[in-house]
Write a protein that binds this ligand. Structure first.
Ligand code: GUN
Length: 311
């Protein structure tokens, strides 16, 4: 039987509608309009599309946003000084620096420059550390989106064996941390596989929920999937396709047709995890605006103080 298709567009639309209500309530009760600053460095066409889509989604949800374009030859010091300005700009509760960055820029340094209270991407080590420890934090948008898509589709990860293929800081590692937590939406048994994993298919076939997040088109074939598994495809890859107007099409990390014939459920690409990532960014931005003067803020400040004291 063909797999159930988990429609990320539909579930993300539900989230975006909820976020719009929260943003409206926040504006009417406190006068605060949530604001997002998006920084795009260079001319990577895929990144430009993602950032534009994020800006459009903000507008629809009642979030003020501005995109700041930097040339591909941007200097690190200039970019860091600009992030300092955004950190101090009260119009923006959230800051997003679209990745990847051009080669001359150090991603780690740039990400660490964003104030953790404005890190709605959930990539700052303070937020990632807090996720690992099960403390309140901004959850990284893609892992958060994977978790919420599973829950809203009726696939609670609790007690399930989740196999994640890919160990990036943006998806694999934080997703493992999120799903293994002793918390609602967590309690999974998690295995993380990567390029040095021996006999990968042997392990992926043990997954109740298989998450492909390695950025390699079609890398997960049907032989790597257990019959009846739930398959989440995080990959978004451009492959040449002369039959398309744009000259390319988007494919995931999963061989969709073959795996869909075997899985219980599968996310498509596009229209799966991509829209969920954007919905979670909006949600984090409204939360950032709401938390400006609350407990999360205080907790992050205390964490920063103790980190400073320990340096
Ligand atoms: N590049 C690909 N995905 C993401 C994301 O979720 N956040 C940022 N900042 N860059 C990305």
């Amino acid at each position: 039987m063909a797999a159930r298709v988990l429609n990320g567009n539909e579930i993300a639309a539900e989230f975006r509608a909820e976020v719009a209500v929260s943003a409206g309530q926040l504006a009417s009760t406190s006068g605060v309009i949530p604001g997002l600053a998006a920084v795009l460095v260079g001319d990577d066409p895929a990144s430009a599309v993602y950032v534009r889509n994020k800006g459009r989604a903000c507008a629809e949800a009642g979030i003020f946003s501005e995109i700041f374009y930097w040339p591909s030859h941007a200097r690190q010091d200039d970019l860091l000084a600009f992030i300092d300005r955004l950190n101090a700009d009260s119009r923006f509760h959230g800051i997003l620096v679209q990745l990847p960055l051009p080669e001359q820029l150090d991603e780690t340094t740039v990400i660490q420059r964003v104030d953790p209270r404005k890190d709605v991407d959930g990539l700052h080590p303070v937020n990632q550390g807090r996720v690992l420890q099960g403390e309140p934090a901004f959850l990284p948008c893609t892992p958060f989106g994977v978790q919420q898509l599973l829950l809203r589709s009726g696939y609670d990860p609790a007690g399930k064996h989740v196999v994640i293929v890919g160990r990036s800081n943006i998806v694999g590692k934080p997703l493992a941390a999120l799903l293994m937590q002793r918390a609602p939406g967590g309690n999974a048994t998690v295995t993380v596989c990567h390029t040095r994993t021996r006999d990968l298919p042997e392990i992926t076939r043990q997954a109740d929920i298989l998450v492909a997040a390695m950025g390699v088109p079609g890398a997960i074939g049907a032989d790597m999937v257990r019959k009846g598994a739930v398959v989440i495809d995080v990959g978004i890859n451009r492959v040449d396709d002369a039959s398309r107007r744009r000259g390319y099409r988007l494919v995931g990390d999963v061989e969709y047709e073959a795996v869909a014939a075997k899985a219980e459920a599968i996310t498509p690409v596009p229209g799966g995890i991509g829209p969920m990532t954007i919905a979670m960014l909006l949600r984090n931005t409204v939360e950032a605006a709401r938390h400006t003067a609350t407990a999360l803020n205080n907790a992050l400040e205390a964490a920063l103080r103790s980190a400073d004291a320990n340096q």
